[in-house]
Design a protein around this ligand. Structure first.
Ligand SMILES: [Zn+2]
Length: 271
């Protein structure tokens, strides 16, 4: 009996320590999570870009224009860029601590997606005010079939591109919980880029005809604006833990990397 009572007392003592630890510990976050206000190494929003979705006028080379070698053009010419900001309900702050008050200092990753619908329908969705948490969704940028880069969420903000997700990288599994109502995700340290799906992919099939050369070129250009190393470029399919995401389907990783190699700044950037 005495032994049993001692165990019960020890158990109660442990429970008390646990309760105190949870309720009064100095590391416990008591207020709103602290936002991270600046980021480096991600592509900036081009604030000079127009704010509407009207196409920019492109300069068509005239017959007398000098034709520069194509390789140099691929490196030098930035794609058409349009700012199409999401409604603020569809994105949030990147945080310096998780919901338990633990500091989080993950390096950035890039997560690639596809829209499944048209670029226009995705942009319209992001511009729609979504008061309910479960409806809020966004990417940082989207690349249309013609190679246009749409900037949707500022890089210093947390886009809601992935739900339940983990990045299995060179430093082991990485994920951050910022909302007690949802599983942890990679959103706190992710830069989400989506590719517009081709017409034959607007369904749940496992594959489609793939992405345009203009999309791969713009993707490489956008990635070259970052300092995210190759081994931290991943896909929604790879980080998803819900078992329901397989995008981007029919993505040619080799096309992306061979174009990325044409940027001198990327040649040694492998993490
Ligand atoms: Zn996705």
């Amino acid at each position: 009996m005495a032994v049993a009572r001692r165990w019960i007392l020890a158990g109660l003592g442990g429970l008390l320590v646990l309760v105190l630890g949870l309720g009064l510990g100095p590391a416990r976050a008591s207020g709103p999570l602290q936002p991270r206000l600046t980021v480096t190494g991600l592509p900036p929003m081009h604030t000079t870009a127009i704010l509407t979705l009207q196409p920019l006028k492109t300069d068509q080379p005239g017959p007398t224009d000098f034709a520069a070698p194509q390789v140099e053009l691929a490196q030098a010419a930035p794609p058409r860029q349009v700012t199409a900001l999401a409604d603020p309900s569809n994105y949030g702050d990147r945080f310096l601590t998780d919901i338990n008050g633990q500091p989080v200092q993950n390096d950035f990753i890039v997560v690639l997606h596809e829209t499944v619908g048209s670029a226009q329908s995705a942009l319209n969705l992001f511009r729609t005010h979504h008061p309910r948490d479960q409806d809020q969704v966004s990417y940082h940028s989207l690349i249309g079939r013609d190679g246009t880069v749409y900037y949707i969420v500022p890089p210093e903000k947390r886009a809601f591109g992935a739900g339940n997700s983990v990045f299995d990288g060179p430093n082991g599994p990485e994920t951050v919980r910022t909302n007690p109502a949802f599983p942890p995700s990679v959103n706190n340290f992710a830069y989400h880029i989506s590719l517009e799906t081709p017409g034959d992919g607007m369904n749940n099939n496992r594959s489609h005809s793939g992405y345009t050369q203009a999309q791969y070129s713009s993707l490489a250009w956008l990635l070259a604006q970052t300092t995210v190393p190759d081994n931290r470029i991943t896909t929604h399919r790879a980080v998803d833990r819900s078992g329901s995401r397989m995008d981007p389907r029919s993505f040619n990783t080799q096309s992306m990397y061979s174009l990325l190699r044409s940027y001198p700044t990327r040649s040694g950037l492998s993490g």
